[in-house]
Design a protein around this ligand. Sequence first.
Ligand code: GTP
Ligand code: MG
Length: 204
Amino acid sequence: MHIKSAVYISSNSDHQKCPAPDLPEFAFIGRSNVGKSSLINALTNLNKLAKVSATPGKTQIINHFKINNEWYLVDLPGYGYAKVGKSQRAGFSQMIKYYLIERPNLLCTFVLIDIRHEQQANDREFINWLGSEGVPLALVFTKADKLSAKAAQQHVAQYLAQMQADWEELPPYFITSAETKQGREELLRYIQDINQQHAKNIAS
Ligand code: GTP
Ligand code: MG
């Protein structure tokens, strides 16, 4: 997929106030520092796109970008990692959960994982929650350039092996680096395939 345009649309704390759900939508989520902004910028080839959403207003949590006038890319904060108090954090998590369950045009949620890390308890809990709610997801391992290609493969294999305790059939996964743009084409192709399938489903 060629990225012709990527435009910041809005930030919302209430999923019901998000843009009308009239285009396919893809959400990106992951713990703080996982490389979410960097990946979004690498995907869109715009170095400052994701930072547009970094408004200090802590309640603005669902950030919409329109890509090629064809689909929405949504930047979500890390689950449970917002730099606010505990009660507010619980509220944020709840809001994200409502968004993930209720957004009718959300076709896939990409969960970002630092390729160097083992599965964390809250990552596991969140991924399993997505599964139990039937929210389509894919895993995106980030920062692959920090490891040799071999070590990267090993880490991913280990991560997936851990997931097999919970999952009968593992979700699709991508190995990426915002630094080298590894995985960029694959990820964009995956989104394009889903969009095309979606268009066919609507037409039939
Ligand atoms: P928050 O918005 O603070 O939650 O972080 P984030 O998930 O958006 O991560 P961000 O993109 O800001 O990246 C965090 C740090 O990791 C920065 O120092 C980036 O330069 C670095 N980083 C992100 N992606 C990569 C990558 O693919 N390779 C390398 N080597 N560093 C990366
Ligand atoms: Mg960020």
